[in-house]
Write a protein that binds this ligand. Sequence first.
Ligand code: DI6
Ligand code: FE
Length: 401
Amino acid sequence: MTSPANLMFDRLWRNARIATMSADGVIETGAIGARAGRIAYVGADDPALDAAEIVDCAGRWITPGLIDCHTHLVHGGNRAHEFELRLTGASYEEIARAGGGIVSTMKATRAAEEDALLASARIRLDRLIAEGLTTIEIKSGYGLSTESELKMLRVARRLGQERGVRVVTTLLGAHALPPEFAGDADGYIDLICREMIPAAAAEGLADAVDGFCEGIGFSPAQIARVFAAARANGLAVKLHAEQLSNLGGAALAARHDALSADHLEYLDADGIAAMARSGTVATLLPGAYYFTREHQLPPVAALRAAGVPIAIATDCNPGTSPLTSILLAMNMGATLFRLTVDECLAGVTREAARALGLSSEIGTLEPGKSCDLAIWDVERPAELVYRMGANPLHARVWKGL
Ligand code: DI6
Ligand code: FE
């Protein structure tokens, strides 16, 4: 911790209880000082601390600003109709194979103007921001052509310019096979590798590349080609793996030093060992587990025992997780997956930052990091996980403001 003596800050939050999420743990009666948007001091409150602007937190809790590290926030339309079909017995895979599912959202997304996509995503983003979110990952994956995938990524970047929130973008061209490539999945993978990834990289539109490794998605061999192209273009990789079956996607992701492998309900011991070796984050998506009425639980105890870092995200998407509450995702992480309160909080702060490759910038409250804070009207952090549908956010700070 920095020495408190004679420090001047732009802004100072004092009289707070601070969950640093770093090795410093909890600071009772603490203060945070910011300079030029960065944390300059985290430690005990002290009358000698001074700043141009002082905020009295009146004993409220401060956590790092929340991070949603896996979303499909930008998309056209919704799938309420398929939801109704599922309620009468159709399965998610049946609907997908019958031309619904991801492809139906593809049609709506291709048809939408950029401004319309922006307007619908902004509503969802504002709900998350209202819960103290300061960083969000947004994937493409409903365009499935170079032009419309880039359109989605452009919308994601524009959201970050419009709202005070850090947007990290991911190209998910390998999400589903577009109808024009029916019967030629390898041809579509060629397009992704030769055109989509280089174009997204050249325009600075993607920070990472993702894929859907699944029977109704792409095979491990196809995903391996996507990963190689991503690496050749200087982009990080991550993977939707072991969501509906076990194809060894997590181990493949780990071999490619993926930032994260996500979903993981059908993950096996080999996958866990591979992730532990590579430091790949397990991003759990309890909203999708809940909404698809999955029964196979991700192997939380084994992940924990192997020391695999665990993040939690909303997976906000129209098909399997129409969820715009990161607090509810935390609650589901605890109730459905039996994660502890500490794990839930770390899952949307420190470990979510790691899943985005941004550990040196965000995710814990430490000097030098971006001053992204969420200030809560709660008596104890467990309340953030415990309530369903409540929002105890008092104030949110992004880059010191
Ligand atoms: N897994 C999911 O849960 C989402 N994508 C994926 O690869 C579902 C996307 C959708 O149904 O629209
Ligand atoms: Fe997803």
